[in-house]
Design a binder for this molecule. Structure first.
Ligand SMILES: [Zn+2]
Ligand SMILES: [Zn+2]
Length: 332
């Protein structure tokens, strides 16, 4: 019997553009509101446990969607591909330090979609880079990979220079749309629609495929328009999609390089993608505002289902959600 190891996707940073922590006043208000709600509810139902109450709360009423910028971890067995080095990569660095990286025997593989600050800002705080003996592989569709790292680690922006970093770097300038093997994981770069070139990635492992489509305005949506980048999306089991804006904002902010959940949902239905996670939340969006976008997407999806029913058609079923930091998606 052939045993396939499962692909695991971990969302370490899902905010776009700028790290956006909840401020103390917001946290205090949230704690105050939930405490008084819990007290009120237990008056009517004394058997209600704290765990049950917390499990019933949506993200905007509890921990929120998260404030760290993009970093997604793909693992299959012992193989790991990290996509982007936003502020979310910092905590992953601490985790990796508990393994071979802490002894200078680690090998880390990081794919960069593009070089906007929000996708690089975690690197100066990614501890494995400072440990002599570690080997850091950086992949991207660019011949600027090394010069970007030299720029990141230089005064007056950061006190440790590139030459002083303990780890050794290997830069892999990838050809577009050519599959790369990393143990059990295969990853293939495809171009997205962004003001500076941005290369999404199709990650395949354990018989499953993920279309990683962040950052993208998704101005090309039909099969003809997508042309050579169509295979990024086709029959993916999961799509991670840039939904920084509501549909109205995406129209207002045309050419800013980001999209909306409703656009991603259309692509998923057309390309038969079973599951979609929307991320790159706008730093200007409160958790309540993101929840409004969830409701807008739900209304849009329901209207699509109704109009398909009127035409006696069956709409491809898509399970979608808005990303929360720390979430893990596993496949059998
Ligand atoms: Zn971004
Ligand atoms: Zn960007």
């Amino acid at each position: 019997m052939l045993f396939l190891m499962g692909l695991k996707v971990r969302l370490l940073g899902v905010r776009g553009s700028l790290p956006s922590p909840l401020v103390p006043g917001e946290i205090e208000n949230r704690i105050r509101s939930r405490l008084s709600e819990f007290v009120e509810l237990t008056r009517a139902n004394p058997a209600l446990t704290l765990e049950e109450f917390m499990a019933s709360l949506p993200p905007e009423k509890l921990g929120g969607f998260g404030g760290n910028t993009p970093c997604i971890e793909y693992t299959c067995g012992n193989d790991r591909l990290i996509v982007d080095g936003g502020s979310g990569i910092r905590t992953l660095g601490f985790e990796l330090m508990k393994g071979p990286c802490g002894q200078g025997k680690g090998e880390v593989h990081i794919y960069l979609t593009h070089f906007h600050w929000d996708h690089l800002i975690g690197f100066p705080f990614f501890v494995p880079l400072f440990i002599p003996g570690n080997l850091i592989h950086i992949y991207g569709v660019s011949n600027q990979l090394e010069s970007v790292f030299r720029t990141l680690f230089q005064r007056p922006y950061f006190p440790v220079s590139y030459e002083q970093l303990g780890a050794k770097f290997v830069f892999h300038s990838l050809p577009p749309r050519v599959p790369q093997k990393l143990g059990e994981i295969t990853f293939t770069p495809y171009q997205l629609d962004h003001p500076d070139p941005c290369w999404g990635v199709r990650v395949e492992a354990g018989g499953k495929a993920v279309a990683h489509c962040v950052d993208s305005e998704a101005t090309r949506t039909t099969e003809d328009q997508l042309g050579p980048d169509l295979p990024l999306y086709q029959n993916a089991d999961l799509m991670i999609f840039d939904a920084m804006y509501t549909l109205g904002e995406a129209i207002e902010k045309m050419n800013w390089g980001h999209s909306a959940a409703t656009i991603g949902l259309d692509i998923a239905i057309r390309q038969k993608i079973k599951q979609v996670v929307f991320m790159h939340h706008d730093p200007a969006s409160s958790d309540e505002k993101i929840q409004q976008a969830v409701r807008q997407t739900l209304r849009y999806h329901e209207s699509q289902i109704k109009s398909a029913r009127r035409l006696n058609e069956t709409l491809f079923s898509v399970d979608w959600s808005f990303a929360t930091e720390g979430r893990i998606i596993t496949f059998e």
